[in-house]
Design a protein. Structure first.
Length: 231
């Protein structure tokens, strides 16, 4: 169980991520000069070389964080967790992907209605800001890191580093293929980090209570979670 101070600190961090997101979103809505320069600079670097073989690989890789890819991966992980009677984690992951990744992204995309860049290498419908692929891969990987290190934080830094590299790579694929502006990637990342801080805090605060309620209905976890008093 988190202490009150730890909970407050996590909510403050979530608020800071959301403030940065709002700053980027406001600049996108206003088509601010710095956003134009930021997007153009990174797009130029990412799209300098686009050989056919690399483009084919990028197209395949970017599908990893697409709707079908994320549904498949989430279902596989959820089933594995359920088989080990980690029902809380399985349900929490599913909620994160359904609401934290897809739901919130849908709301903000329709709120800002930013058109996608011109000259896309693949067909991609819908709006551009914030990036759905970025939100999906960020939410998914950070959820996995949280689950894998819940009782043992030994490899947490290494897993977070792997998560960061995967998020950066997926973000790169979206810019490389021309379906997103770099600011779309930045906005999606900030929004997902905000959500995950709130989601992990709620889990630490209420998982024990939910577990007890599940036990009254004959649903028992494999073992009680040993929460650490760390932010």
């Amino acid at each position: 169980m988190l202490t009150k101070k730890q909970s407050v600190w996590r909510y403050v961090m979530a608020g800071l991520f959301f403030i940065v997101f709002l700053y980027v979103a406001a600049a996108v809505a206003a088509n601010a000069l710095w956003i134009q320069q930021f997007d153009q600079t990174i797009r130029t670097v990412a799209q300098t070389f686009q050989p056919d073989k690399l483009t084919g690989f990028i197209e395949t890789a970017t599908d990893f964080a697409g709707v079908k890819g994320m549904i498949t991966l989430t279902a596989i992980v959820a089933v594995i967790l359920a088989c080990y009677r980690r029902f809380l984690f399985a349900g929490w992951l599913a909620i994160n992907m359904l609401f934290g990744a897809s739901g919130i992204n849908f709301i903000f995309k329709n709120l800002f209605q930013r058109d996608r860049p011109a000259g896309m290498l693949i067909e991609q419908g819908g709006y551009s800001f914030p990036s759905g692929h970025t939100m999906a891969i960020t939410t998914f990987t950070l959820s996995l890191v949280f689950i894998l290190t819940y009782n043992n934080r030994r490899y947490r830094r290494a897993l977070l580093l792997l998560s960061a590299l995967l998020i950066i790579f997926i973000g790169f694929t979206r810019v490389y293929l021309g379906v997103h502006y770099p600011s779309d990637i930045l906005g999606g990342f900030m929004l997902s980090c905000c959500y995950m801080l709130v989601a992990t805090t709620y889990f630490k605060q209420f998982s024990a209570r939910i577990e007890r309620k599940l036990e009254t209905h004959g649903i028992k976890e494999a073992q009680h979670h040993k929460q650490e008093n760390k932010p």
